[in-house]
Design a protein around this ligand. Sequence first.
Ligand SMILES: Nc1ncnc2c1ncn2[C@@H]1O[C@H](COP(=O)(O)OP(=O)(O)O)[C@@H](O)[C@H]1O
Ligand SMILES: [Mg+2]
Length: 364
Amino acid sequence: MTGSTEKKKRLAVIFGGASSEHEVSLMSATSILENLDREKYEIFMVGITKQGKWLLYTGPVSGLTAGDWEKPEHTVPAFLSPDPTVHGLVVMKEAGAETLRLDCVFPALHGKNGEDGTMQGLLQLSGIPYVGCNTLSSAVCMDKAVTHTLLSAANIEQAHYLWFYADRFDAAPDTIKSKIEARLNFPVFVKPANAGSSVGVSKVERREDLDAAIRKAAAEDSKVVVEEGIAGQEVECAVLGNREAQASPVGEIGASAVFYDYEDKYINGTSQLFIPARLEEDVAEKIRQTAVRAYRWLGCSGLARVDFFVTEGDHRVILNEINTLPGFTSISMYPKLWMETGLSYGGLLDRLIELALQKKEAHS
Ligand SMILES: Nc1ncnc2c1ncn2[C@@H]1O[C@H](COP(=O)(O)OP(=O)(O)O)[C@@H](O)[C@H]1O
Ligand SMILES: [Mg+2]
């Protein structure tokens, strides 16, 4: 019988997280929860507070962005068990601990402690199929210095860059600033190696402004990346699939700020998306091919959004970064790029869950 409770897949959506992108996750998870087909899935909402506390939430979906989901009347402490014989959550009810078996987990988390391989390691131990990349590819794509190093080994074009540990800068700031000046042309972009949503990213026009930018990036991560600024279009490509991954049409961001910063992404609502991007077909095709090549090279599975710059004038395709759990609201680039091909937001969620289950079968 279709629609019977027995047939429904038991799916946990994990949201929040001890991350600078906690609020972004609440927005992504809200859209995901609103669009999952309740006929197909029995849904469990698991929130992680900024302090890292895990809660099974039973209130309405609207409570996520309203902040109600942390209130005790709607929650029971619960956490994911690393034990594959549990294959789910341990729920700390007043009468004692109970286990809740799951068929799949959708980590709707962004940034540290969610997109960086830590959650994926726990999910791997738990034995539960999960949406998205595995531990290694999540960790590699989260760290912009490691991504740069591995992509240069595949001859994928990127901005000129260098990176250093923040404590090296504290010990010898002038040496590092001189290296930046010698190797890169201004403007440069200074970024934490591990962050996201433009948190800690600055555009720097002159050597005198490097100190402040480096300290800002170092507040987010112990590793700092500095890149030459690329003048041109900022474009993104959505990749979906396991080893046989597909690339979506290319989308373009018309940032309304000096660069595509946090406010521009989530607060102002004034940046524009162009789908498809304003590009010649051969350039768009090169972007799609490079996106899939990078995805496969870094061992991605499930999904990732691969971001590029296309240089002004000569239209070179320069890879910026790979996001393994990209923004996922219904107006975010990743789902919108697939909508362009006719795949609905809900259809995309079904596909991601299917891919998670397939990957698990392939490995067991
Ligand atoms: N090398 C660069 N040249 C031009 N703009 C850049 C460069 N690096 C970053 N930016 C701008 O800063 C934004 C955030 O940087 P990004 O590397 O994508 O970090 P995040 O992981 O926080 O999204 C980009 O979307 C882009 O607008
Ligand atoms: Mg980015």
